[in-house]
Design a protein around this ligand. Structure first.
Ligand SMILES: *Cc1c(COP(=O)(O)O)cnc(C)c1O
Length: 391
């Protein structure tokens, strides 16, 4: 927090059990780095799920001020919330449209639906032909995710058809990579090649395939527009490589009580943690209802694929491992090794941030930075900081 000024708040940290600090200067610096890495391509920002839990209301204007003109959300509802924040910018709705009501909302807010199927295209075209107009859309092509999108064959057929009949105005044709965080994965090249065939069929229309990780796969993947999300918020774009992004979010929870327990006693539900020594326990006010995953439990929760199970907190300059299971509203941390008196009731303990990397915290819970971030804003008081000198 040294050299940072608080520019906005939501919630009262004195009464909320936990606190989320969002560094807007780090966010903007991450945007600039991704933009530079994207070369000549436009750099959009993915701000779905309330900007990955960090608050689209602050995140989006900050990115807009940094020069971002293209935003992606998941639903029309998210788009409506975003519209007044970035007046004039393009807002794409990734989940497309499935009914007339959605079309009407998107028309009203000037949102650009990303067409996920031929049915969606007919729906959008029909909506506008009934009103005597035509509005832009984007087209998603599935090149290997089996999530949303026209198949490659459907997309190529549609490109030809649309060139003749001009059913809709397609502004952007896009696809999404399944394994972009693993640079050596053969899916990356396969998907890019399939997508090239589609982009060629669409002719002059702009194309986009890279999410955060895709940007780091190199210039072949940048095309006309890149669409980073997680890396803007400090998540690591390349699995196993050093993270070039600055941490943006710091998640802290308040210590509610310090307890002294004896060797041989157990901690938390299921009594899965038996103390091997007399232990000083900090009981902190965040649990899985706060978006702190139960899979971070120190013991007693089976995980599929974690090298070293169990998360930690960071308090008074030291790591404090989780004891036993994470509960709904509380988690217990071992502070025995921290000199007596240094940690007190009311102190904040960091769950992730500058001292516990977001991705490391996620890994110890067998999850990903995306899930940690989208969960942690639920009950927290938020404060937004920028670089500068606090008064
Ligand atoms: C969420 C999403 C992104 C952003 O992905 P990150 O991995 O967070 O960079 C980009 N494109 C699509 C289609 C998405 O759904």
């Amino acid at each position: 927090m040294r050299g940072k000024t608080i520019v906005a708040r939501s919630g009262d940290p004195r009464v909320a059990g936990n606190r989320l600090t969002i560094d807007l200067a780090a966010l903007v610096s991450n945007y600039r780095l991704l933009s530079k890495k994207s070369g000549a391509a436009k750099t959009a920002a993915v701000v779905k799920a309330d900007a990955y839990g960090l608050g689209a209301g602050q995140v989006t204007p900050a990115l807009s001020k940094a020069g971002c003109r293209h935003f992606f959300v998941a639903t029309a509802q998210e788009g409506v919330v975003l519209r007044p924040l970035v007046f004039g910018a393009e807002i794409f709705v990734l989940n497309g449209c499935t009914n007339e009501a959605e079309c009407a909302v998107m028309a009203e807010a000037h949102l650009i639906p990303v067409m996920q199927s031929r049915e969606a295209i007919w729906l959008w075209a029909g909506f506008w032909s009934a009103r005597g107009g035509r509005r832009p859309c984007a087209v998603m092509v599935d090149t290997g995710m089996n999530r949303l999108g026209l198949t490659v064959a459907e997309a190529i057929r549609f490109a030809d058809e649309n060139a003749r009949e001009h059913t809709v105005t397609a502004l952007l044709v896009m696809s999404h990579l399944a394994c972009a965080d693993e640079p050596a994965h053969p899916m990356n090249v396969q998907q890019l090649e399939s997508f090239h065939a589609v982009a060629l069929a669409f002719g002059d229309i702009e194309s986009s395939i890279a999410n955060s990780s895709g940007i780091f796969l190199g210039p072949d993947y940048h095309l006309d527009m890149t669409r980073p999300g997680i890396a803007l918020y400090g998540g690591e774009p390349v699995t196993g490589a050093e993270n070039p992004m600055q941490p943006v979010a710091t998640f802290e929870t308040r210590i509610l009580q310090i307890r002294h327990a004896r060797k041989g006693q157990t901690v938390s539900y299921g009594a899965t943690c038996t103390l091997e020594r007399d232990t000083v326990i900090a009981v902190a006010g965040a649990g899985y209802a706060d978006g702190y995953p139960r899979s971070l439990s120190g013991s007693g929760v089976r995980l599929r694929d974690v090298a070293k199970p169990g998360g930690s907190g960071f308090v008074s300059g030291q790591i404090a491992p989780i004891l036993g299971r994470v509960t709904m509203d509380m988690t217990m941390f071992d502070i025995t090794d921290i000199p007596h008196g240094q940690v007190n009731t009311g102190d904040w303990i960091e769950l992730f941030g500058p001292n516990i990397a977001l991705d490391d915290a996620a890994r110890s819970g067998g999850t990903v930075a995306y899930e940690m971030l989208t969960g942690c804003g639920r009950r927290a008081a938020k404060r937004y900081v920028e670089s500068g000198h606090s008064a």
